[in-house]
Design a protein around this ligand. Structure first.
Ligand code: C6P
Length: 395
């Protein structure tokens, strides 16, 4: 699907299978950022001269584009550095709403960025962390009794970056709301890969990163329901997030700017807008279908080779191991065939513990991948298996 739109994939003779870490960027994204720096580079919300007004206009148009993409209002879109910063923003801003013995519900499949910030908050305020376990199919074993009237926050990943599981968010978000808890969604691996409608899912907050959905690095989004953002405290203080400042007092700006202190990453915001336009042009449903087909095809091929696949991957990512071989060794051997995959703990150490492994090998896709890429991977893995057998490594 339109591999030629991605200059890196044309310039380097590689099989790129690490899009869950970061996706490649189409040339229109790169060109839009170049255009900003060569034609109207200036700060936003400050200058009254033409190029600054142009930059502000493009920056705010990008906010509208992001909002439309997830069915939100522009005022509900906060630009951050990425999913990690969006989740940290929440953990800092919500700290005063949590008191001793309140509970936060997470799951065993969370990325460290949806675990460590809550651990820190829990330690500070003596809050209890609880976890939804996963079953042997790699799915959440959700028991509604895990949420009670002490639960203040439920924060879950949408699509696991290890197992490729798609969690039933609507069901758990409803349960959280019925018991008066907030629901936060980590959409790092789902936004840009499947249709996301925050109203339909009824999540209170959604965090995601531009660089995993064909956009530039260094920019991400926090969506929040308007009424919640209005009452929350800012996370960072400084320029642009204020309305009025005296020596001892500050009146904060309106949302979303209240949460965007300092000079933002304007070029990347503009790049993200182009990435969304590109995704819209191809069609999110077609992208999802394409990636699901590739996942199914790959899982079948891996299983035929006798390779252990973890969970029941559905979207974008597949994790596996070759018995007796460290994932880093498998990744290095694949690299000798110009195949790029990720090997290691995937920033999910508790999940690795649950799977009783130190790490996994992970392949992940985006719309530019083809069956041909999978065939090259399978051929190389087959050679690794033969080599392992020759060297007496248990396979
Ligand atoms: N996962 C991976 O290779 P940032 O780094 O802030 O853009 O995204 C953090 C993050 C949060 N949640 C999930 C589910 C994620 O997958 C990630 C990033 C990458 O799996 C890098 S560790």
């Amino acid at each position: 699907m339109r591999k030629d739109d991605f200059p890196l994939l044309k310039n380097r003779k590689i099989v790129y299978l690490d899009s869950a870490a970061t996706s490649q960027k189409p040339s229109i994204v790169i060109e839009a950022m170049n255009d900003f720096y060569t034609r109207y580079n200036s700060n936003v919300h400050r200058g009254v001269y033409s190029i600054s007004e142009e930059a502000t206009l493009e920056y705010e148009k990008a906010r509208e584009k992001v909002a439309e993409f997830i069915n939100a209002l522009p005022s509900e879109i906060i630009f951050t550095r990425g999913t990690t910063e969006s989740l940290n923003l929440l953990a800092y801003s919500l700290i005063d709403d949590l008191k001793e013995n309140d509970e936060i519900l997470l799951s065993e499949m969370e990325h460290h960025s949806n675990l460590v910030p809550w651990q820190q908050l829990a330690k500070k305020n003596n809050i209890k962390l609880k976890f939804i376990h996963i079953n042997k199919n790699g799915q959440l074993d959700f028991d509604p009794n895990l949420i009670n009237n002490k639960t203040k926050i439920v924060s879950l990943v949408h699509v696991s970056n290890v197992l490729g599981t798609i969690n039933d968010i609507k069901k758990i978000a409803k349960e959280a709301h019925d018991k008066g808890a907030l629901f936060i969604l980590d959409g790092a691996q789902s936004v840009g890969h499947m249709k996301i409608d925050v109203k339909d899912l009824d999540v209170d907050f959604l965090a995601f990163s531009s660089h995993k959905m064909l956009g530039p690095m260094g920019i991400g989004v926090l969506y929040g329901k308007s009424d919640l953002l209005e009452t929350m405290n800012p996370f960072l203080y400084g320029g642009d997030m204020i309305k009025q400042v005296s020596l001892y007092e500050t009146r904060f700006n309106d949302v979303p700017w209240k949460f965007e202190a300092g000079t933002p990453n304007v070029a990347s915001v503009i790049g993200l807008k182009k990435a969304i336009e590109y995704i819209n042009e191809i069609g999110i449903d077609d992208i999802e279908k394409h990636n699901r087909k590739l996942v199914k095809y790959t899982v079948e091929k891996l299983k035929k080779l006798g390779i252990k696949v973890y969970g029941t991957p559905k979207l974008n990512v597949i994790s596996f191991n070759i018995d007796g071989m460290h994932p880093h060794d498998v990744s290095s051997l694949l690299n000798q065939n110009r195949i790029c995959i990720r090997g290691g703990h995937m920033c999910c150490m508790p999940l690795m513990k649950k799977l009783s492994v130190n790490g996994v090998c992970r392949v992940s896709f985006n719309l530019y991948n083809e069956k041909k890429d999978v065939d090259e991977l399978i051929k190389a893995l087959n050679e690794i298996l033969i080599l392992a057998e020759k060297n007496g490594i248990a396979v």
